[in-house]
Design a protein around this ligand. Structure first.
Ligand code: ARG
Ligand code: ZN
Length: 844
């Protein structure tokens, strides 16, 4: 059943207060609710429907009188007074058999919840929609040492604890945790002098992995005060680490719940990349307190209102804490890999979708990452000061409300006087705009002629011109910048911009900082690209010049059997040698386009990508690069060794990433000798994992693989890496066999989403292995998705997107994939989640 944005109507009742009592039991938890309703004067439809799924109703009453509601699979209804009334119900649920990890479930003997988007209906009968907001009081009864819920603590004693959350919230922000947990405590004083108790709660044994997360939380709290003027608003802020979790983390009011992989960190067990991700996720969830919780979404179509803005805010935070250019480049790599891929395939949808079957299928790169890009466009268009003014207006005007994208845009229109109707198309129309550009130079005037076109996406044939901020700088033939960055505002389908008073034809640096999420198509020679890699003052475009040089060279290798491009090898070596450049930047600029990027690029040029040929071309180029840099790589490796105690900061991690990029090159020539030394001497996970990957690449990983397992078998998060890296580094002919073998390992379990993703996600991330011509990669994935679906539909559905690119490939592969998709679809009682995903992929 499809739900449409246009059908929105407000709920017929408002809630003045919710009281919940939980009597915890693994298979028979009782949930007793007392909810004070009153008719909503703004509603026309006064049907009383409460969502509820998989609940055993014990009793129900209205104003103290027992009632017998009409029940269906999705909820209940009954006659209610046309005046304020009290609804009471008692239901029974079974957390220990809840493998979907939505609602109240158990993870390693601990009770926890995940209610976004629609999990609260698995806990009790309730209007489970984000526009119904209420203050909650919760009493938890159980033998566990620690009993937590949202808000501030109330009474507690042996076997019970009470919590009161004064801030009205939708049910999706409800949370409960109960277990024998230990805490890493701290405090934070807000700038108005309010003292807040902070805790990170973990299983005994994980206490030593909390300090970094705590510091990230304190940094986030300070940053939101300083940059957005937002203070925390409760006496306590709790974070809990949970091993079994479908996503990264969840911003429940005052009680954030995290996938343990997104909060626990130590130098011995976490890589630099893990540390940076953890810092960003802690910030993300904390920032939701204002952008998501204090101001929430009217309905789930507005998901990007909180997610796009909060991703944007966490990326600003990371840019401030670390290197802004490195963060921007990394974000664009991820955006292209996930969002462009989505936007150019059968699962393309607008940042604000107008229909869905299962909302969990719309927690996508488009809603999150493209949603964040739109905030960036808006800020570029109105300017930093107007952005700050509009945000203040938004917070003041809508605090305590459930809002829409229209409310968000109205705040900007009112604060800036600007008409944003064209900008709004970015929210409504799916697809990645293609921005093509041609130039012209005459009599000292340089002209850039742009044209934009967005291809059709499923259900949306017609695309209108978007407003696109194009940041441009001009560089003179001698390498000096002759025109500093200026933002051209393109509003038409075709538009030209002129630059006067130039003495020679410049080389343009277009779309600096990736000022809009578009695909730039330009005629440019390799010499000009090498020139930009050497001279561009914009770090993003400097990196982009190197990447596109590499990409074009690879395409020539794949398609025309060309040799590795010496222009690229020379230019990238000159860049890598330049010690005035940030090592982290150099490590990124030494990177090559991904297999998937190359497949899409070939497809866009009208070719059928051959995954094996792509993989081989990348290997050949990596080898050629290692040879070209056989003197430079050992120099970089030695120069960027970090001495002194490990710090997960930008400086040290940048040095390690450059040294490890050098190690990868060295390994191609020395067969793994240096990597083995690094493995043997590694004192942190970044060094250990980089060395082990190099050994696996060189086919010399066997001993390290066994040693790594012996050393880390007690640590679930490290063993996740052990599963994944073996698959990622396998030869494509063996990827599926490696993954299949690992699914038989005693430590493999499909009940833990992290372990499932490490293994089957490792398969799908290995493009040539997954797309092996035999079809065995497809079959293995489908087998496991069919097995997982009855247990955990959400994670199953999410992983179906591995098939979203199927139309790019040759007919044999398409036949294989189609057969697997149909086999999944034919599975009896397939979940709504997976059915929707597979149907959309097949239809696209
Ligand atoms: N709101 C969470 C976050 O972005 C994600 C929760 C998604 N949950 C889900 N079941 N889809 O921080
Ligand atoms: Zn979020």
């Amino acid at each position: 059943q499809t739900i449409y944005l246009k059908d929105y109507t407000p709920f017929g009742y408002l809630i003045d207060g919710v009281e919940l009592t939980f009597r915890l039991h693994p298979t028979a938890t009782r949930v007793i609710s007392r909810i004070r309703f009153r008719p909503n004067p703004d509603a026309t439809d006064h049907r009383f429907f409460l969502h509820g799924e998989g609940l055993t109703l014990i009793s129900a009453a209205i104003d103290g009188q027992t009632v017998t509601p009409d029940r269906t699979d999705t909820g209940l209804t009954c006659p209610v007074p046309d005046a304020p009334f009290v609804w009471e119900a008692e239901v029974e649920i079974s957390p220990s058999t809840n493998t979907a990890l939505e609602g109240l479930y158990m993870s390693n003997g601990m009770y926890c919840t995940q209610c976004e988007a629609e999990g609260f209906r698995n806990i009790t009968y309730y209007p489970d929609r984000p526009d119904v907001m209420a203050p909650f009081s919760v009493r938890i009864e159980g033998d566990e040492k620690i009993l937590l819920s949202n808000g501030n603590p109330g009474n507690s004693g042996t076997g019970f604890a009470e919590w009161h959350d004064p801030w009205p919230k939708p049910a999706y922000l409800f949370a409960l945790v109960a277990g024998d947990l230990v805490n890493h405590p701290d405090t934070f004083t807000t700038r108005s002098g309010k003292k807040v108790e902070l805790n990170i709660w973990v299983r005994p044994g994980d206490e030593g992995k909390c300090a970094f997360g705590m510091q990230a939380l304190r940094d986030s709290m300070t940053w939101d005060e300083e940059v957005y003027g937002r203070e925390y608003d409760l006496d306590i802020f709790n974070i809990v680490a949970v091993d079994d979790f479908n996503m990264g983390a969840m911003e429940n009011k005052g009680l954030n719940i995290f996938n343990s992989s997104a909060v626990l960190a130590s130098p011995e067990t976490s890589t630099d990349t893990n540390f940076e991700r953890i810092e960003a996720i802690i910030a993300h969830e904390y920032f939701h307190n204002w952008t998501g919780n204090r101001i929430t979404c009217r309905d789930w179509f507005q998901l990007c209102l909180k997610e796009g803005l909060t991703v944007y805010r966490d990326s600003q935070f990371t840019s401030d804490m670390r290197s802004a250019p490195v963060k921007r480049i990394s974000d664009v790599i991820a955006l292209r890999a996930r969002q462009f891929r989505e936007d150019n395939g059968p699962l393309a949808h607008p940042v604000r979708p107008d229909s869905f079957v299962e909302i969990n299928n719309f927690y996508t790169a488009t809603v999150y990452e493209k949603g964040a890009e739109l905030i960036g466009i808006l800020k570029t268009l109105v300017g930093d000061n107007a952005y700050a003014k509009a945000l203040d207006l938004y917070f003041n005007r809508h605090d305590g409300e459930a809002c829409t994208i229209e409310d968000w845009l109205q705040a900007f229109e009112d604060a800036t006087g600007r008409d944003l109707s064209q900008f709004k198309r970015w929210y409504e129309q799916a697809g990645t705009p293609r921005l093509s550009v041609a130039d012209d130079f005459k009599d000292g005037t340089y002209t850039l002629n742009f044209e934009q076109k967005t291809p059709a996406t499923p259900g949306q044939d017609i695309k209108d011109a978007r407003v696109i901020p194009i940041a441009v700088g001009l560089i003179g033939p001698n390498g000096d910048e002759v025109h500093e960055t200026t933002v051209l505002e393109m509003t038409g389908a075709r538009q030209s911009f002129r630059f006067d008073g130039l003495s020679a034809k410049p080389i343009p640096s277009i779309l600096r900082g990736f000022s809009a999420p578009v695909i730039l198509e330009r005629e440019i020679t390799n010499a000009e690209r090498a020139f930009l890699l050497a001279h561009d003052t914009d770090p993003f475009n400097k990196w982009e010049a190197g990447l596109s040089l590499a990409r074009d060279g690879l395409i020539a290798m794949i398609h025309d059997g060309a040799a590795p491009d010496s222009a690229y090898l020379d230019a990238v070596q000159t860049m890598a040698r330049d010690d005035s450049l940030d090592p982290a930047f150099r490590a990124l600029a030494l990177g090559l386009p991904s297999q998937d990027d190359l497949a899409q690029a070939l497809y866009d040029q009208g070719h059928t990508p051959d995954p094996q040929a792509i993989w081989e071309a990348l290997e050949t180029l990596r080898h050629a690069k290692a040879q070209a840099m056989q003197d430079l790589a050992p120099r970089l490796y030695a120069q960027y060794q970090v001495t002194g105690p490990y710090q997960p900061n930008a400086e040290q991690s940048g040095a390690r990433s450059l040294a490890n990029a050098a190690l990868a090159m060295i390994t191609r020539l020395d067969g793994g000798a240096q990597a083995q030394r690094q493995y043997d001497n590694a004192s942190n996970m970044t060094q250990q994992l980089a060395a082990w990957s190099c050994l696996l690449q060189a086919g010399k990983g066997e001993a390290a693989t066994a040693a790594f397992y012996d050393q880390w078998q007690h640590d679930r998060l490290v063993i996740d890496k052990w599963f994944m890296l073996q698959i990622l580094n396998a030869d494509p002919a063996k990827t599926a066999d490696t993954a299949a073998r690992l699914t038989k390992h005693p430590d493999f379990t499909m009940k833990n989403p992290n372990r499932f993703r490490s293994t089957l996600g490792g398969l799908t991330a290995s493009s040539a292995g997954f797309h092996h011509a035999s079809g065995k990669g497809y079959e293995l994935l489908a087998n496991w998705l069919i097995r997982l679906d009855p247990l955990n539909p959400q994670t199953t559905a999410r992983m179906c997107s591995a098939f979203e690119t199927w139309k790019r490939y040759d007919s044999d592969r398409q036949v294989h994939i189609k057969a697997q998709l149909e086999r999944i679809l034919d599975t009896p009682s397939l979940s709504r989640d997976t059915t929707e995903m597979v149907t959309r992929i097949l239809a696209g």
